[in-house]
Design a binder for this molecule. Structure first.
Ligand code: ATR
Length: 291
């Protein structure tokens, strides 16, 4: 697709993070703008940690319509927001900013992106029993999305068990209808999930490029019968974790859907137009598959 002209009327959005060079968001959003004819352009904005406040003021001064925020600034930008969505408040992180009349609205679109990725795969987690591997920022968004959607229960398993305990403590009061608990991420705890879960979600970075041969699920621990497996890692798309699950006959959902749907949320906030989800997916897929 030809790159649309950037003219005097083009609205700007971008990605602030450090580094930002690896991100698929510029390609995904610019493909979406081109396909819908939205007069927007998305630019990478590498921002050093000590420049976050100046960068945000700069976005307003330069009349940007918004931005995505990535590592390591997702927490640091929160204090500058004029409004926060529930998801941003509960997860303690902002990854999408919409600027209107100089005011910052901060969102966390990972939660809705994750939920939409399950629903589009025809997997509705309502009432289900879920195990979440990991207790970092991504896990927070996932547990929030699941509890808010009305899952029966979530067990958070993490290498550092205290971090899982914090996550559960933070969310349990707000969502009393879902039973939230935590366990250490050990082979014994994973083996003990058999028959107790309907869905297992990997939110850890284990298996992500360049460590593509790693998996958070040890080879000698049986895969729980009848559970579906979802990996948030999208590089590579077919992780060892998903390969193990598939080899055991389990259903698998890869991380591309979450990437695309969190982007679609931002696209719609900024432009006010429906996001061309398939175009955005194909743009990411092309890069991820080296096409
Ligand atoms: P993100 O925002 O992507 O979730 P993060 O907050 O750094 O990133 O969290 C990374 C998660 O991956 C954590 O749950 C981390 O476990 P710890 O809390 O014990 O650090 C998990 N993780 C990273 N490397 C891991 C490994 N080799 N084995 C097990 N868990 C790992």
């Amino acid at each position: 697709m030809e790159r649309p002209l950037i003219t005097g009327t083009t609205s700007l959005v971008g990605l602030i993070g450090w580094p930002v060079s690896h991100s698929l968001s510029p390609v995904m959003h610019n493909a979406g703008f081109a396909a819908t004819g939205c007069d927007f352009a998305y630019v990478p904005l590498p921002v050093r940690p000590e420049h976050v406040e100046q960068a945000l003021k700069g976005l307003v001064a330069l009349n940007f319509k918004g931005a995505n925020v990535t590592i390591p600034h997702k927490q640091a930008v929160m204090r500058y927001m004029d409004e926060l969505s529930d998801a941003a408040r509960f997860t303690g992180a902002v990854n999408t900013i919409h600027i209107q009349d100089g005011r910052f609205c901060g969102y966390n679109s990972d939660a809705i992106g994750f939920l939409h990725s399950l629903l589009e795969a025809d997997f509705d987690p309502k009432g289900m029993r879920v195990a979440v591997l990991g207790a970092g920022g991504a896990a927070r968004a996932v547990v929030y999305a699941l509890a808010r959607h009305g899952v029966h229960s979530v067990i958070v398993l993490n290498r550092t068990a205290e971090r899982a305990a914090f996550l559960v403590d933070d969310l349990a009061v707000a969502f009393p209808n879902s039973a939230l608990s935590f366990e250490p991420l050990t082979p014994a705890a994973l083996a003990g999930l058999d028959g107790r879960v309907d869905l297992v979600v990997n939110t850890t970075s284990v298996g992500m490029y360049p460590n593509v041969n790693a998996s958070p699920w040890p080879e000698d621990v049986p895969i729980p019968a009848n559970a579906a497996f979802c990996d948030l890692v999208y590089n590579p798309l077919d992780t060892v974790f998903l390969q193990q699950a598939r080899a055991a006959g389990a259903r698998t959902i890869d991380g591309l859907g979450m990437l695309v749907h969190q982007g679609a949320f931002a696209f719609e906030k900024w432009t006010g137009c429906p996001a061309p989800v398939e175009v955005m997916r194909q743009a990411c897929l092309k890069i991820l598959t080296g096409g």
